[in-house]
Every structure is written in C-alpha cells, then in structure tokens.
Design a protein around this ligand. Structure first.
Ligand code: ACM
Length: 382
C-alpha cells in the first residue's frame, strides 16, 4: 500500500534484527548500523523534511518470529520497507511474506546466492565476492586439504556445496564436513577437533554462526594448532565474533568479506569514528554492520526522489543506484537486485584486527548464480 507525503507525517520503516538468541552477537551490530544511518539522516533534516522513524522488533534469532513480525510490520504497522535478517533461514521465512504483501526487504548479509526475489535488495556478498576469492587464496597459501565445519541450517550447507565445488575444481579435496546445532556449546566441538587432528587438513573452513563461533575457535585454540600452518578461514566470522572470543584466540585466522574495519578509505575512517562516538570505543564495525548502514543511505536517496513509500517505484529508483560506502563505491546491480561489492581477504593480528592481505581495486559485479565464473551448474566443475 502506498502512503503519500503529507507534511509533518514521519516515514516509518520496519527493523528486524535479533537482540537476543544465538545470532544476536552479529544482528545487534546490524541494528546499530541501521540506527546510526537513520540518526544521521534525521540529523540532516530527514527525507524531504520528514523524519525517518524505525519500528524495531526483536525476532529473538527465531525464523518463525521473523515471519510473524514481518507480517505484523506490513499489515498492522502499515510499513512497506523492512531492513533485516541475518541467517538465510530467516530471510527465506520472510521472503514469501514480502512477496505476498509487495513489501521491500533490505538484506545486509553475505549469503549462499542462487536466489532472486523482486521484493528483496541483497546488499551482502554473493559467493563470487567472498567464497571464490577465499578458496583461491587458501589453495595458494595453505594447501589443498579442506575440512568444513558449519552450523546446521541452509547457509552453511549451501555455502559448503559451493566451496566443495571450488576446491575440487581447483585440484583440492574436502577431508571432512561436520555440522553443529545453531546454539552449539563447546562440548559439541570436541569430537570435531579430535577429527581435525586425525585428518590433518591444511585449512579448516568455518560457516559456523553466532555464539557457537566463539566456542569453535576457543576449542581450536585450546587444542594448540598453529594458525600459520592450519588456520580457520571463514565467510561468517567478523570483528563482532572476534571481539567476543578475544584476540589471542582469533589471531592468525582468516576471513573474506567486502569490508573490514581496517579498510583505509577516508569515508571509512570517518564512519568508524562516528560509530565509536555513538556506541563506544570498545565497539567495532564489521561487514554486516557496514551493509546495514549503507543500505539505509541508498533507500533514503530513492525515497527522496520517490517521495512516497511505494515498493515498485522505490525498487525502480534503487536499481542501478550507487553510493560512496565505507568499503568504497558500491552499486545495486539492476540485473539481479544484488550489490556490486569489493572483495577482500583479512587475517586477524595480535590486536584482534583484520589486516587486509588481498583486495580488489574496484567493486566486483554481483554474480549470485556464479554464471560468469563458469560454474553456476555443478556439472561445470567436472
Ligand atoms: C547467512 O545465513 N546468510 C549467514
């Protein structure tokens, strides 16, 4: 339903990031990135002189609650735009609801790709912007024997399917693949660490999410592996999880992401200092928080032009739009609703910061179906 500009009325948008539960550790940071962007827009006079007002709910890291709250936002609260979701299972729970109600979900999280909805704008990395780059780096620098550990839901399974294809396609092998509950404690990682010792891989590839990440890395650290020889490499571990586990535990581990707090653009330096001023020096930014931040700016630009919360009009204005994000200049790719983003690989140093060891010079075109990489179809690998 379109709501037209009427003087003093604020613009209302829905926000769905978990403040409690298994993945609150990262979703709370996405909430902060979203709120910072909204505060800054309002401090600058709002959008066409109208304030932007967030309606914030806590889905408690529960996919069904995501679905219920999305419905509530679109029906009872009458919003058309939602910023939210981290886990792919929550995005998949919200997808049919935004499609049925013609809402627009802005999704600021890396994911497995192979999806398109006209009602979702995807601002996190697709596999060609993180998995392809990480596989290449690890095969070159560490070796060919990979061991996969993931949380037991759609993203890690799908991400590992892609990573397995990439590794095998390039002459490597997967020597183990294990999954743990979303809310796994340390105990669940003990037999996995035992198996890693037995299999002696060159790399542990983690798609564990949330609090469980801290338990995996802690068990791995306690087992005494030397990360120079056998690192954990991940697409889901960010500054948020590293801060929780501590620099000593995380040192030497690797991640691929469009953004790290250490990115050296002037825009990022200013962004990090504004973020810390608002939320405290002990807080850090991360890839999911940055996407949560810049996507609100892109939305605001489109809304200023549309001057109405009409999904079809907003989408048409958003597609092809660009902004100067902390990671560099990024663009919403009009062919697929995904975002052209930078690719980076970082290694955690002794202070818990990701030192960037490889990065693209410009944004890399989003290729959520791995078409241009030549491997959209698994058969193409063999
Ligand atoms: C994820 O579930 N997309 C991290």
């Amino acid at each position: 339903m379109a709501s037209h500009s009427s003087g003093e009325e604020p613009w209302r948008v829905g926000i769905l990031f978990s403040q409690t539960g298994a993945t609150a550790i990262i979703e709370e940071s996405q909430l902060k990135g979203t709120l910072l962007a909204i505060d800054e827009i309002n401090a600058g006079g709002g959008i066409n002189d109208r304030e932007l007002v967030p309606i914030v709910y806590d889905p408690q890291s529960d996919d069904q609650r995501f679905a219920l709250l999305a419905e509530k936002l679109l029906i009872e609260d009458g919003v058309t735009t939602i910023f939210g979701c981290y886990r792919s299972s929550s995005r998949k729970a919200v997808l049919p609801i935004v499609e049925r109600r013609n809402g627009l979900l802005w999704y600021p999280t890396l994911y497995e790709g192979f999806e398109y909805s006209p009602n979702i704008i995807y601002t996190g990395a697709s596999p060609n912007q993180n998995a392809v780059v990480l596989a290449d780096y690890l095969l070159r620098e560490y070796g060919a024997r990979f061991y996969f550990v993931g949380s037991n839901y759609v993203y890690p399974h799908e991400s590992n399917r892609i990573m397995r294809n990439l590794v095998q396609h390039n002459g490597g092998e997967v020597v183990g693949e294990r999954y743990v509950d979303i809310s796994a404690g340390r105990q669940q990682f003990k037999p996995i660490i035992h198996d890693i010792k037995r299999m002696q891989p060159d790399v542990v590839f983690s798609t564990v999410v949330g609090d469980a990440t801290v338990h995996l890395y802690q068990e791995f650290f306690d087992a005494g592996f030397d990360p120079k020889i056998l690192p954990i490499a991940s697409l889901t571990t960010s500054e948020a999880e590293v801060r929780r586990m501590g620099a000593d535990v995380a040192e030497g581990s690797l991640a691929a992401a469009p953004y790290f707090e250490t990115v050296k653009t002037a825009c990022n330096k200013a962004f990090v200092s504004r973020f810390k001023r608002r939320f405290g020096d002990e807080e850090s930014t991360n890839m999911c928080l940055e996407a949560a931040y810049f996507q609100v700016q892109l939305f605001a630009k489109a809304l200023a032009d549309a001057d109405q919360m009409d999904t079809d009009l907003l989408r048409s204005l958003v597609l092809g739009s660009e902004c100067e994000a902390p990671q560099g200049t990024i663009k919403i790719n009009e062919s697929c609703n995904h975002t052209d983003l930078f690719t980076r690989v970082g290694r955690v140093d002794g202070t818990g910061r990701f030192q960037i060891v490889q990065e693209s010079k410009t944004a890399v075109t989003a290729d959520p179906y791995l078409v241009y990489y030549g491997c959209g179809c698994p058969a193409a690998f063999h």
